[in-house]
Design a protein. Structure first.
Length: 319
């Protein structure tokens, strides 16, 4: 007599043990990055986008260079420099400037929701450049997130339409810079330490922001102590510490999976900005932001594998 037995696919991967250090590193990064959106909203009242980015990078570079010297780590190998330079210019430099500018025009929660379409772009770039795979659902997720970004833009058209639209576009540009920076750093981490990648990325970012040195000197002279302390905080915690823990985790997984961990950031930012700034995105903005995150979730989802049904011969029984 034949019976049926359901078995798992022979090729099903065995789940690896959870790396507690990676989880802790990612947790530190996400909390620090969420707080950055709130700190930027405070400091941008008294610092221009470019001067704040330069101040943040200078603080981060000094803090990181001190630790690099203490640990005795030298220069990265020559093969790592193209990725470090690209990431330094676009993630540590341009990303910081356009995000600061965008947060002059939209609230912290809305900015976080738009920037966090970055994981879809990471998956696209990672699949193309790093050969991490490019599943069909990626493009469906991209469409959903694009619709969400459109809704966010429409939600802001009741006020300063031109300024709000520019703010949304700047946050989208920040997402592109963010994704490009992550993907460019992934190969770098095969030959350099997270501390090296962060230190030299921050130093290059500071150099890229040097055209704003005059504005920084002027802003420091006129800004309140609270605003200046926020810039220092941005340099130490969301940049120096959080980027190092991010690169530590990134070296141990794929760029796409690391990008997916940032789903929670907008929710944390909305809560923080409500408690600290009294800001709550409008209903349509929340819906658009939710669609952005749904799109990211769709892009990173995997179809269920069908279990194989194989025939099994039952043992003979006496009648």
């Amino acid at each position: 007599m034949l019976t049926c037995r359901v078995s798992a696919p022979a090729s099903a991967p065995v789940k690896s043990a959870i790396d507690i250090k990676v989880i802790l590193a990612v947790s530190v990064t996400l909390l620090a990055w969420a707080s950055a959106f709130v700190s930027i909203r405070v400091a941008v009242e008294e610092y221009s986008p470019g001067s704040m980015a330069l101040g943040r990078m200078l603080v981060a570079a000094i803090f990181l260079l001190a630790f690099l010297l203490i640990k005795g780590e030298g220069l990265p190998p020559k093969s790592a420099w193209p990725g470090i330079i690209f990431s330094g210019i676009f993630w540590f430099g341009l990303y910081m400037i356009v995000l600061n500018w965008g947060e002059q025009l939209v609230d912290a929660g809305t900015a976080a929701m738009i920037v966090n379409i970055g994981p879809i772009l990471m998956a696209l770039l990672g699949g193309w450049l790093l050969k991490e795979g490019m599943p069909p659902r990626l493009f469906a997720g991209l469409g959903v997130s694009f619709l969400g970004a459109v809704l966010v833009g429409l939600s802001m058209s009741n006020g300063d339409e031109e300024g709000s639209t520019l703010g949304v576009l700047l946050c989208l540009l920040a997402a592109v810079c963010y994704a490009g920076g992550v993907v460019s750093q992934k190969p770098v981490l095969k030959t350099t330490s997270p501390l090296q990648a962060t230190t030299f990325g921050a130093m290059i970012g500071a150099v890229a922001c040097l055209p704003f040195a005059g504005q920084l000197v002027s802003d420091v002279a006129t800004a309140s102590l609270s605003a200046t302390l926020n810039v220092v905080y941005l340099g130490v915690f969301p940049t120096a510490i959080a980027f190092t823990t991010w690169f530590y985790a990134l070296a141990r997984t794929t760029a796409g999976k690391m990008g997916a961990t940032t789903y929670i950031v907008p929710a944390i930012v909305v809560i923080m900005s409500w408690l600290v700034l009294g800001e709550i995105p409008g209903l349509l903005a929340m819906l658009g932001g939710a669609l952005c995150l749904v799109g990211v979730a769709v892009s990173r989802s995997r179809p269920r594998r069908k279990a194989k049904v194989v025939p099994e011969v039952a043992p003979a029984t006496a009648d």
